[in-house]
Design a protein around this ligand. Structure first.
Ligand SMILES: [Zn+2]
Length: 270
């Protein structure tokens, strides 16, 4: 290694959002660092035995990274990498893994390079640790909690308690309509003509969203959600996230259960 012993760089916790192989033994990683936000790094020689870089980098790993920051467009240099945890529980269950991919995708698409966001970094780490131990029925709740809190930190939390325009509270048992562009629930008096992109939300999934959002991670892991509840929550969450990120999310479609009505119909045909 030619890295100067005097300046190994700055050490921070980091999550791996993306990684690709580069040349014979190296990798390029997109990391979310705790102290400096999103960053691209070159990990020279990480794919061969290397006392400094204990790699290779893998998706949704949490590690301790030492990075030499470069100015301008050049890649930053990862000089040391120690895995803290690869959240192994995410990797033996497809639902959990898809949810983890959703979390890393939101971080990748929703943050800028070198724009630190400690609160949302910690939220992501807490969420991955929660997902790792989530039973299949609670993955939707843990993911919804992440989405709503992530949107909240960004200043885009959808108003679910009542109308985002006139602030009238929606009764607990009311079915509502959500407008991602207007910031949440829109009541019937505020609906003017045809409001595009309205999403109907029944009272049960609305209560679930509120409960998941406000729950401690340990309690969210214990929240059981039916397939139809998960579908209804995802419809709202995906629309709100895509409204903020201004792009379609890739991993989210794997989080939508098979439509239970069509599943029931096919069961009855047999
Ligand atoms: Zn209103």
């Amino acid at each position: 290694m030619t890295v100067s012993q005097k300046d190994p760089g700055e050490t921070t916790l980091a999550l791996v959002l993306k990684r690709q192989d580069y040349s014979e033994n190296s990798q390029i990683g997109r990391l979310m660092t705790r102290t400096r936000g999103r960053a691209s790094v070159l990990a020279k020689g990480i794919r061969k035995p290397n006392p400094d870089l204990l790699g290779p980098l893998d998706l949704a790993q949490l590690g301790e990274a030492t990075i030499k920051w470069r100015k301008g467009d050049s890649l930053n240099l990862l000089t040391r990498w120690r895995v803290v945890t690869g959240f192994p529980g995410l990797r033996d269950d497809l639902n959990r893994f898809h949810a983890a991919c959703h979390v890393t995708e939101i971080l990748h698409e929703g943050h800028r390079d070198q724009d630190p966001d400690t609160a949302r970094f910690d939220l992501a780490v807490e969420t991955l640790a929660g997902l790792e131990v989530s039973p299949p029925t609670s993955v939707a709740a843990v993911t919804a909690r992440f989405d709503l809190r992530w949107l909240g930190y960004a200043g885009f939390a959808p108003m679910l308690e009542g109308c985002a325009l006139c602030r009238k509270k929606a009764p607990e048992k009311a079915a509502v309509k959500i407008s991602p562009g207007r910031g949440g629930v829109v009541c019937s008096s505020c609906l003017q003509g045809s409001t595009p992109g309205l999403i109907p939300l029944a009272s049960a999934p609305r209560r679930l969203l509120l409960t998941a959002r406000d729950a401690l991670i340990a309690d969210a892991v214990a929240l059981s959600v039916s397939d139809s509840g998960a579908l209804a929550m995802r419809a709202v969450l995906d629309a709100c996230l895509e409204n903020v990120l201004e792009k379609e999310l890739c991993a989210a479609r794997f989080l939508r259960p098979e439509n239970p009505l069509s599943q029931k119909a096919s069961d009855e045909l047999e």
